[in-house]
Design a protein around this ligand. Structure first.
Ligand code: ARG
Ligand code: ZN
Length: 874
């Protein structure tokens, strides 16, 4: 596509060059002012090789250079060049000190990258390349320096001044101004730099490390939010303990600070000793946050904490290695959450997310390997592939090496590379060396994009008493990778006999095995199987693949009732529901057949009162519209929506009395333990099915929802009821919308939910309604959470976003155009659903391409958005 943008030049992994100069130390002096902030920097340069170099490039964007000195002397104009990309020093000496003074404009920084002023606070976001928007620097992760920062600010609006490390001095400046000096003893790349200035209150606590050191823990929020920090604080302490116990990793500074802001592009950022968080992942009280929000806080707090070792102490050589820290850290936070909560439910959630975000990415034009080969804008590569698939690769390594072997590997990794900027290759080598094993074939997983398809074929021989299993693999072509190699796929499996027991698979009596499928096709024979067996394959979702296991409904229903692997038990039910939904899309509008096998599986779960309610809720939920669409050659938007609605009503209707009993039986006082959370989840699911069941009955189940909305003493229950009332087409919910808004208007995170639920509601006038949301007084283009709440939610309102007349796409593209001038990173990310145009019918394809063209023609198109469009429609 013709892109109306300066350029989208590609940066290639193979072009990596080590630094000619190291910067050993950097001292920053910052005078905070919303309009005009001045930043003075003193950099110590050290040449790495004896030979002189012609020039050094320092990155810099949007900086106004006020002064520049080398070794104390003002630099003459002919010894440097400044342009839009930075500053080039000509004919530099072997070692020297460079001093610059620049002016920047934090209040005008709506991109939220670098130093910005939002909600009355000064904040920074430097990953990936934000530091160059603060001062001239070698802004790349392999440039490790010791940072000293002196912050100056007004005492009234910035009583709190924070940066990485330890506060070593503070004092008063002239009239109403003060300063604080921070020193970070650990050399770090600039992407881990942070500073904060604002009127913040702190929740304080301490943690004693395994070696007996006391660490001060501080969570900085607005004064009125102090009461909403305890989930974050408790999660932090649990994460610190867990990393000591499971990985032997101790925290290394005397304080650990977290700052929350409503204005943030991503979830959170692991800046050394000074994490900056989207307030969504810090603030929670029972009245304002759902159980899901509480869990999100636990996992993101842990994620950022775990980065202190996987990311900060051992960092990245270049951005192509991003998954080295992200994949590994996501794996670590998933395992932490599994240990803190229910392992089975956690795994199901992990896989749901992978399938919802990563599988589609891997199957479309934005597909890329976990370790990409080229990018134009690195911020576009903070993807589900780098994060979630990256975590799956680490999980497979864990499976292949075993728990102890994996730990030996990470111990060696930390020992070898502490304080260094390294590669994914270094990580794999440490695992190999610690285990005297060869992972050469495994490396293909990092280099190859696309989701492998595994086909299973099993034959039971009643005479020989053998079960023969043949597995084969293939990976579809992805952009730039036509030919694919086989990858080693760990397939955890068991054979289940007619009594529902796992049989012995070998003479040792093992009842579960990990088969490693390395070739295109392999066969395994299990002897001494006196009875017919059903294979339970890919237990725990042991590899990020699609599995075709041709079982009949009977066998699936059986596994759904007896399989002792929670993931596979869930998967069997999902598969039955998926088949029913796919069948439903064939004859939209007609009354569907509710398959017996699915009925039996659901009935078994509904009757099993002893089962963990959270797991029960998972077993009773239907695959999402997205997941159903993924399985179709052409995504039949409306038919899927209708089929899913119809099946929901049928399940609601068929088990109506059971749902009603569950709804009443599960009522209970609000508590935050796992069992209570599970009970709420299941109870709200019952309510949802009851509301859907209404279509077949006289009694009005939405009355229950109304009552729950009014009486709820917590946000989980209130929001569940609210969502049903807003979504359910039978009811006009204007009064409830108003009531909700009036109650929560001072709580931005709750108002985000209010916006999102409306933007997701498939009401008849949905597009007009979403247009109204954008002009609501509480809508703010500069706050990413708010923009995502409307535009992000709109893209999952399938029948409206994908309206056949193209109105959804056209509207959406116009908003993205507007957003691109304000916040390119968020605009580019929100635009990615348009890249999936190939999966829709011709009419929609045309409209989606038109929307992409509208974006491509935008003046001043950002590099972020340009790259997404370019790859979406090359
Ligand atoms: N490293 C952060 C995390 O995963 C994400 C920051 C990404 N920021 C960005 N601008 N791309 O914890
Ligand atoms: Zn991360």
């Amino acid at each position: 596509m013709m892109i109306n943008s300066e350029n989208t030049p590609l940066i290639h992994r193979s072009d990596y060059q080590p630094l000619a100069y190291r910067i050993t130390e950097i001292a920053l002096d910052v005078h905070l002012d919303p309009e005009n902030t001045e930043v003075s920097a003193r950099l110590h340069f050290l040449r790495q090789n004896p030979e002189p170099v012609k020039e050094i490039h320092l990155d810099g964007e949007g900086l106004e250079l006020l002064e520049i000195r080398r070794d104390g002397q003002l630099l003459s104009e002919n010894s440097y060049v400044v342009n839009g990309a930075g500053l080039t020093l000509l004919n530099p000496e072997a070692d020297f000190v460079l001093e610059t003074r620049v002016r920047i404009h934090p209040a005008a920084n709506s991109a939220l990258s670098g130093l910005y002023h939002a909600g009355g606070q000064f904040l920074t976001q430097c990953e990936a390349e934000g530091f160059r928007r603060i001062t001239y620097y070698q802004d790349r992760p392999d440039c490790l320096a010791k940072f000293t920062v002196t912050l100056h600010g007004p005492k009234d609006t910035c009583p709190v001044l924070l940066a990485n490390g330890n506060c070593v001095a503070q004092g008063e400046d002239a009239q109403g101004f003060h300063w604080a000096r921070w020193e970070d003893p650990y050399p770090k790349p600039a992407y881990l730099f942070a500073m904060v200035g604002g009127d913040l209150a702190a929740m304080r606590d301490t943690f004693t490390t395994q070696s007996g050191r006391q660490v001060a823990l501080e969570i900085y929020v607005a004064e009125r939010d102090l009461g909403a920090c305890s989930q974050a604080m408790e999660s932090l302490k649990r994460a610190m303990r867990w990393d000591e116990e499971v990985y032997g990793r101790e925290y290394d500074l005397d304080r650990y600070m977290i700052v929350a802001t409503d204005s943030f592009n991503m979830g959170a950022m692991e800046n050394k000793g000074l994490n900056i968080f989207n307030s969504k992942y810090v603030l929670a009280s029972p009245e304002t946050a759902t159980d899901t929000d509480y869990q999100g806080i636990e996992s993101v707090i842990a994620h950022e904490y775990f980065h202190n070792w996987t990311g900060n102490r051992v960092t990245l050589r270049d951005w192509f290695q991003l998954s080295l820290k992200e994949g590994l850290t996501v794996f670590r936070d998933q395992e932490f959450s599994a240990d803190m909560n229910s392992r089975g439910v956690q795994r199901i959630g992990d896989v749901r997310r992978l399938r919802a975000a990563q599988f589609p990415e891997d199957a479309g034009p934005l597909a890329h390997p976990v370790r990409p080969d080229a990018y134009s804008e690195i911020n576009n590569f903070y993807t589900a592939t780098v994060y979630e698939k990256g975590a799956e690769l680490v999980r497979m390594l864990h499976t292949l090496l075993g728990k102890e072997g994996f730990r030996r590997g990470t111990d060696l990794y930390f020992e070898r590379h502490d304080g260094h900027a390294v590669t994914i290759e270094d990580f794999v080598e440490a695992l190999e060396d610690a285990n005297h094993t060869d992972l050469s074939r495994f490396r293909t997983w990092y280099a190859q994009a696309g989701t492998p398809l595994v086909k299973a074929q099993g034959v039971y021989d009643p005479k020989a008493h053998t079960y023969t299993l043949t597995l084969s693999q293939s990976t579809p072509a992805t952009p730039g990778q036509a030919h694919k190699e086989p990858v080693p796929i760990p397939v955890r499996m068991a054979l289940i006999n007619t009594q529902g027991e796992k049989t012995a698979l070998d003479s040792r009596g093992d009842r579960e095995k990990v088969l490693v499928l390395e070739e295109a096709t392999q066969t395994w024979t299990f002897t001494e199987q006196p009875d017919p067996v059903i294979p339970s394959l890919l237990r725990g979702f042991s590899a990020p693949v699609r599995l075709e296991n041709p079982l009949d409904d009977q066998s699936r229903s059986f596994l759904a009732c007896v399989d002792d692997d929670p993931f596979n038990r869930w998967e069997s039910t999902q598969e039955l529901a998926l088949q029913a939904l796919l069948a439903g899309t064939q004859n939209p509008g007609t009354v569907q057949h509710f398959p017996d096998a699915l009925e039996r599986a659901l009935a078994a779960t509904l009757q099993d009162g002893a089962m963990d309610p959270a797991f029960r809720a998972e077993l009773l939920s239907l695959p999402s519209e997205d997941y159903v669409g993924e399985q179709m050659a052409v995504i039949a938007v409306d038919a899927i929506h209708q089929a899913r609605d119809a099946l929901l009503s049928q399940i609601g209707h068929h088990f109506h009395d059971t749902w009603l009993n569950l709804y009443h039986d599960l009522a209970g006082a609000y508590a935050r333990d796992g069992l209570s959370i599970g009970r709420r989840r299941l109870r709200n699911m019952a309510l949802s099915y009851l509301v859907y069941s209404d279509r077949h009955r006289e009694d009005d189940m939405t009355l229950h929802a109304r009552q729950q909305y009014v009486q709820a003493d917590n946000m989980t229950d209130r929001l569940a009821a609210f969502q049903l009332l807003v979504q359910h087409p039978l009811h006009d919910a204007e009064d409830i919308l108003m009531d909700f808004y009036q109650k929560w208007q001072d709580y931005p995170l709750v108002i985000d939910k209010w916006f999102a639920i409306q933007a997701m509601a498939p009401r008849a006038d949905a597009l007009r309604h979403v247009q109204h949301l954008l002009v609501h007084s509480a809508f703010d283009w500069k706050v990413p959470n708010r923009v995502r709440a409307v535009l992000g939610a709109f893209t999952v309102n399938h029948t409206v976003f994908h309206a056949a007349d193209g109105s959804g796409y056209a509207f959406f593209a116009e908003q993205i155009r507007r957003l691109d001038d304000i916040n390119p990173q968020t605009a580019a990310r929100l635009a990615t659903p348009l890249s999936r145009w190939q999966r829709y019918d011709e009419v929609r394809q045309k409209a989606m391409i038109q929307a992409l063209q509208l974006l491509a023609a935008k003046p001043h198109l950002s590099r972020d958005l340009a790259e997404v469009i370019q790859r979406a429609y090359p």
